[in-house]
Design a protein around this ligand. Structure first.
Ligand code: SF4
Length: 105
């Protein structure tokens, strides 16, 4: 199993829905049908895609603080830039924590 350094989640209560995060890091952020953005683990980095959009079924996980995605090392700078540019200041970056990976999956 690969080591990671960073994880990320979005506080949807603060998201303005402008999509700047996805413009900067499309492999990490995705727009949801309700106009808010969520985080994901994209298949090209993790083998299968997991979207933290609170939908039911395989390939989906919880939203908000319970939906914490691993960030591939190659995308760390893009995720930091996304958080810096986010007008809602709602992109939350955390150190990698394997216990968070286990929750909600
Ligand atoms: S940049 Fe921030 S406010 Fe804008 S869509 Fe992404 S998470 Fe929401």
């Amino acid at each position: 199993m690969a080591d990671y350094k960073m994880m990320v989640w979005i506080d949807q209560d603060l998201c303005t829905g402008d999509g700047i995060c996805e413009e900067i890091a499309p492999d990490v952020f995705e727009g949801r049908d309700d106009g808010l953005w969520v985080v994901k683990e994209e298949a090209r980095h993790f083998g299968s895609t997991l979207v933290f959009d609170d939908e039911a079924g395989d390939g989906h996980g919880p939203e908000g603080a319970r939906g914490v995605a691993r960030v591939p090392d190659s995308l760390i700078e893009d995720v930091i830039e996304s958080a810096e540019e986010c007008p809602g200041e709602c992109i939350m970056i955390e150190p990698y924590n394997p216990e968070l990976v286990a929750e909600g999956r």
